[in-house]
Design a protein around this ligand. Structure first.
Ligand SMILES: [Zn+2]
Length: 84
């Protein structure tokens, strides 16, 4: 079911959650796609209650994360999150 989110690309727009990603570095990550323009984003948030952030990811990165599972997915995510 689409959610309404305030995206950097299109403003308040429905997004589809593509995948729940693992926790890393004390944050939670979810992979979403903007239903306005099709861009893929990782929503970065923490349980501490601070507002989350939308980080654009190339479609190739998003696809790699969709295809990966377990340890492979975690190491992909860690490599990506290092650059935040
Ligand atoms: Zn968009």
């Amino acid at each position: 079911m689409p959610e309404l989110n305030n995206l950097p690309c299109c403003g308040p727009t429905e997004t589809a959650q593509l995948k729940e990603l693992p926790h890393a570095f004390g944050y939670d990550f979810d992979l979403h796609q903007c239903l306005g323009c099709g861009r893929t984003f990782i929503y970065v948030w923490s349980n501490a209650g601070a507002a989350g952030a939308w980080e654009w990811v190339p479609e190739s990165t998003a696809q790699a994360m969709i295809d990966a599972e377990g340890e492979d997915l975690l190491s992909l995510l860690r490599d990506w999150a290092k650059e935040l």
